[in-house]
Design a protein around this ligand. Structure first.
Ligand code: B1M
Length: 215
């Protein structure tokens, strides 16, 4: 990998948004393709953030700072990325289920997925099942992600999956769930395709599901 790309990954990991911007510009000036700067610079740095967060070596504030640095770099790259760079990203719709206002974990998962190369459509909080159905119909995502933080609202994940089935869109997407009270057993019980305990694992899970879907 070119030195400047490794440097980008390093300063992104450190959450140094100014250096990310300077080095992204430097890489472009050196003639490195925007798609390569994205994959081998920004996404490589964010991948490492995910690995270390999962291992407990990084904490939520550090992940948020790295995500902010990634966004700063993306602002420069986005207009330069080719259609093929953009088309290669898989899409995920994410939201917090009905009755639930917690969004810190969901936002973190969204940021990590974005850092993992996904196009993330965040549809918000306190979402009735129909909002997920509508988002599938309009956005055609590969994956739908639901977050719940209350034992009372996690049941709405099941209601949402039922609504997807009733609307005839369940087969179009893979459904993943997470949030503090949610478990792998619960995910299996309600017919979700996957469960992730944290944001880093959500990226791994989403990647494995799109691989299955595409393969
Ligand atoms: Co609330 N709250 N809260 N709260 N709150 C909890 C969740 C609670 C455990 C606190 C407690 O009693 N010890 C408790 C739930 C008990 C239960 O049901 N078992 C609780 C309660 C009871 C309530 C209210 C009912 C309180 C009241 O009004 N009486 C009320 C409900 C409001 C509602 O939603 N209708 C309420 C309100 C609030 C605030 C608004 C004040 C605020 C939310 C602010 C916000 O989100 N914008 C709040 C907060 C901050 C918390 C705690 C303190 C922190 C939650 C958090 O953000 N954690 C929480 C106690 C705690 O967890 N220590 C608590 C940090 C975040 C990064 O972690 O969300 O777990 P987390 O996300 C992780 C993973 O879970 C996973 O990845 C994330 C990152 O690693 N993950 C996914 C999450 N979503 C995922 C989706 C995936 C995959 C992984 O795939 C799609």
């Amino acid at each position: 990998m070119s030195g400047v790309l490794e440097q980008i990954a390093g300063v992104l990991y450190e959450g140094d948004d100014e250096s990310v911007c300077t080095l992204v510009q430097k890489a472009l000036n050196e003639g490195i393709k925007p798609g390569q700067v994205l994959r081998n610079g920004l996404l490589a740095g964010m991948d490492q953030v995910g690995v270390d967060f999962r291992a407990g070596d990084l904490f939520v504030p550090e992940v948020l700072i790295s995500a902010r640095a990634m966004h700063a770099g993306m602002d420069i790259l986005r207009p330069l990325l080719s259609q093929s760079d953009l088309a290669s990203s898989n899409k995920i719709v994410i939201g917090t289920v009905q009755g639930d206002l917690h969004d810190i974990g969901k936002n973190l998962v969204g940021m990590m997925l974005e850092g993992g190369g996904f196009e993330v459509i965040d549809i918000g909080i306190d979402l009735p099942p129909e909002k997920f159905v509508d988002a599938i119909k309009t956005e055609h995502p590969d994956i739908v992600g639901m977050s719940a933080m209350l034992t009372t609202t996690m049941q709405n994940m099941k209601h949402t999956i039922d609504a997807l089935e009733n609307a005839g869109v369940r087969e179009e997407v893979r459904v993943i769930v997470g949030g503090a009270p949610v478990t792998k057993e619960y995910a299996d019980e309600i017919g979700a395709d996957g469960y992730a305990p944290d944001a880093g694992s959500a990226v791994e899970l989403a990647r494995s599901l799109v691989k299955q879907k595409d393969g």
